[in-house]
Design a protein around this ligand. Sequence first.
Ligand code: ARG
Length: 286
Amino acid sequence: MSIATDTDQAPATPRRATHRTILMCRPDFFTVSYRINPWMHPEDPTDTSRAVAQWQTLYDTYVGLGFDVELIDPIEGLPDMVYSANGGFVLDGKAYGASFTYPERQPEGPAYMKWFGDHGFEVAVPEQINEGEGDFLLVGDVILAGTGFRSDSTSHQELAKVFGREVVTLNLVNPSFYHLDTAIAVLDPEPVDGHSNIAYLESAFDEESLATLRSRFPDAILVSEEDAAILGLNSYSDGYNVVIASRAKGFEQQLRDRGYNPIGVDLSELLLGGGGVKCCTLELRR
Ligand code: ARG
């Protein structure tokens, strides 16, 4: 007689796709004309039409998954505006605006705030430097908040006040993973059996933050350096379908093993600006 143990017969966790509403920005004016992260090389050429074509595939993928995709008009001279995740942080119908670290991106803050105001969101104008959902990730009831390269830790207190939620500060230590969404992927936008899981890159955090992540997410997917190095973690999940960088093969398998459905897209041109799938995606929670 053989007895099934939970190691050899673990029932797959039932995954459930949830409906998402997001904001994107077509990269009509995308290029790399300045360097504010290690991925950017202004001396190298970029191909804007290729960026638009790759972005269109991402857009079509989201529409195919049944998401509502809203669009903000791109502005000439703001090449990074395609990374809409940085435009703010939106929850409970309220949008906490972004206040960018580098002057090159600062005009994006008011542009996104205007969009939020025009589309029925209550806008909280920020006093502290922060780069929106690039550094703030809602996981269950808690907001994980990154600092070290972009968002100032004082914005974490401001964020907690605006939304009345617990905000957990995480310190980023590797300049290649300068935004929290390059080092953590939220896998369950809605809790499954009371818990939302994440995937992350251990080496992107200091010891204290790692201890926090380990105790809060004992079951997290730990992603390899190799997959993280092509911004594989910069992905977007509806709870079942996870849109990821097509080259992140190890992460793809890890997701499959946990019952998710990874969908690879190639955003190599937008990687030249230091962004991937998630950077081009801002969650709108009304
Ligand atoms: N070039 C942009 C910057 O450095 C890329 C932003 C990527 N966005 C993100 N959410 N990680 O600001």
